[in-house]
Design a binder for this molecule. Structure first.
Ligand code: UDP
Length: 443
């Protein structure tokens, strides 16, 4: 019997003429949350904003983007247009209702099947690249990559090992199955996108990622929407007194984001300076999310317990223009998270000319220039936060200086810049992918 050599790889290479745009069409996977949702509550947050803006920027460069997300309502059309050149495909997988992240893994086969079927309606080679966001999508992307013979780029957004190492007191750790799932995606992806050098090191150090496949691409901010403006006009629009001392938090309300730290800080501030009692306003913008859904009233109860219910104002998640007013109205925006892969809220607030006081964790030291555009606080103690917030909010000269620098700092980050860097990563993923193609030998 002779030995027969055959190529059995599913990853058939395709040649695209050098003159055409590459990639022509990208499949973006966003299983657990849709870019059409309002961010700031539930599963919708920075990742949705990231996907929306990078997709729009790619479309402006002539690249078609199709975002696949799980259908959560029977009212959703199978395909919706997010912007010219950007489609959102709603894939039925499980019930037409939101599912918890612990329930989603059971729907992955169904979701993957929906993605593969959508592609099968087109001529072969319809998508040039798959970009998955969050580990659940990475699981789908890995199979799609093998079936379609295209590179897989993956952005984790958050990492279970990192989150678990910095949990808020009493918060529930991420399950082991997620850690295993993340590990698999790290091993399978042709390129991994990290938001900051810190995250790149975490991928290498904690997940043993090959450093040559990890690309750092800083997220951006919508510099047309988030612009400096009149603090007084913003306060009038929000019904806030012109002479108030306004401390704001915006984002998904859950222990990891630590809005409670801001409330504790406010209570400390009032204990030290009772004269502020009539002036202080703590603005909390956003809705419950993650483990915060288990006790959606917890923050209101804490405000009551701390005796600052009168000073605390809760607002539901706000769309872009209204959110910009919140940022402009504030003397300081607080980002007290225990873990933060980047922290878009910090950039947005600075782009509006408001200094940020942030926890010194994850990507926040990139988003906020300590002592220049805001302050970084190395602890989560209420007293430390009260001191940091007061040192900005109650010193108009200092605040004005930080505010001017904040605008400059934020200007360095744009979604155009992020998208250009992502396209560089796509090109690198294509090289890695094609270099990895090896004919397999069957006997
Ligand atoms: N956000 C919003 N409305 C709100 C609160 C937040 O649109 O009421 C958006 C905000 O503009 C930001 C995102 O939600 O872009 C939160 O991103 P971030 O990176 O700060 O946190 P993540 O949600 O990714 O943990």
């Amino acid at each position: 019997m002779g030995v027969e050599s055959v190529t059995t790889s599913l990853r058939g290479p395709r040649r695209v003429p050098a003159t055409t745009i590459w990639p022509r069409r990208v499949a973006v996977l966003s299983v657990h949350t849709s870019p059409l949702e309002q961010p700031g509550t539930g599963d919708a947050g920075g990742m949705n904003v990231y996907i929306t803006h990078t997709a729009i920027e790619m479309a402006r460069r002539g690249i078609s983007v199709e975002v696949f997300t799980r259908a959560t309502s029977s009212e959703q059309p199978p395909v919706a247009e997010l912007a010219p050149g950007v489609l959102v495909r709603h894939i039925p997988a499980g019930p037409f209702e939101p599912l918890g992240r612990d329930e989603l893994p059971a729907q992955m086969c169904s979701f993957t099947s929906g993605v593969l079927r959508a592609e099968a309606f087109h001529e072969p080679g319809y998508y040039d690249l798959v970009h998955s966001h969050y580990w659940l999508s990475g699981q789908v992307g890995w199979l799609a990559r093998d079936r379609w013979g295209v590179p897989l780029v993956h952005t984790a957004h958050t990492l279970a090992k990192v989150k678990n190492a910095a949990l808020a007191e009493g918060d529930k750790p991420e399950p082991r199955t997620r850690v295993i799932g993340e590990q698999q995606v790290v091993e399978e992806a042709d390129c991994l996108v990290a938001n900051t050098p810190v995250e790149a090191r975490q991928l290498v150090g904690l997940y043993d990622a090959d450093p040559s496949t990890v690309h750092t691409v800083e997220p951006g901010v919508d510099l047309e929407r988030f612009t400096p403006g009149s603090q007084q006009a913003a306060r009038r629009a929000l019904g806030l007194p012109p002479d108030a001392v306004v401390l704001a938090f915006a984002g998904r309300i859950q222990p990891l984001k630590a809005p409670d730290v801001l409330l504790h800080a406010a209570a400390h501030l009032l204990a030290d300076r009772p004269e502020l009692r009539e002036k202080l306003v703590v603005l909390i913008v956003g809705g419950p999310s993650g483990t915060g859904l288990e006790q959606p009233q917890a923050l209101r109860e804490l405000a009551d317990t701390l005796g600052i219910a009168e000073q605390t104002r809760f607002m539901p998640p706000q769309g872009g223009a209204k959110l910009a007013e919140v940022y402009r109205a504030a003397d300081v925006v607080a980002v007290p998270s225990y873990s933060e892969s980047f922290g878009l809220v910090a950039l947005e607030a600075q782009a509006c000319g408001t200094p940020v006081v942030a926890a010194e964790v994850g990507g926040l030291p990139v988003a906020v220039a300590h002592g220049v555009s805001g302050l970084l606080v190395p602890s989560h103690a209420g007293g430390d936060w009260a001191a940091a917030l007061a040192s900005v909010a109650l010193r108009p000269g200092r605040r004005a200086e930080l505010a001017a620098n904040a605008v400059e700092h934020a200007r360095r980050f744009s979604w155009q810049r992020t998208t250009e860097a992502l396209l560089g990563t796509y090109a690198a993923a294509s090289r890695t992918f094609h270099e990895a193609l090896r004919p397999e030998v069957a006997v």
